[in-house]
Design a protein around this ligand. Sequence first.
Ligand SMILES: [Cu+2]
Length: 68
Amino acid sequence: MSTTALTYAVPGVSCEHCRAAITAEVSKVAGVEQVDVDLDAKRVTVTGTAVDDAAVCAAIDEAGYDVA
Ligand SMILES: [Cu+2]
C-alpha cells in the first residue's frame, strides 16, 4: 500500500489549541498516520495510507475550522 500526503489550507489555525483540536479529529480518520499543523503557513498536512480526502475535510470541519 502506498503512503499519501494530503495538504489543506486552513486559514483559521493560529495556536496550539487549534493544532490539538485538528490533530485529535483528523487522527480518527481511517488510514491517517500523521497530522502536521503548520501554524505559520496555516496548512495541515496529513500522511497515511489510502486516506479519504473528503473524510479529512469533514474531520477538519468537525474540529471547527474551514478548509480554504
Ligand atoms: Cu487556536
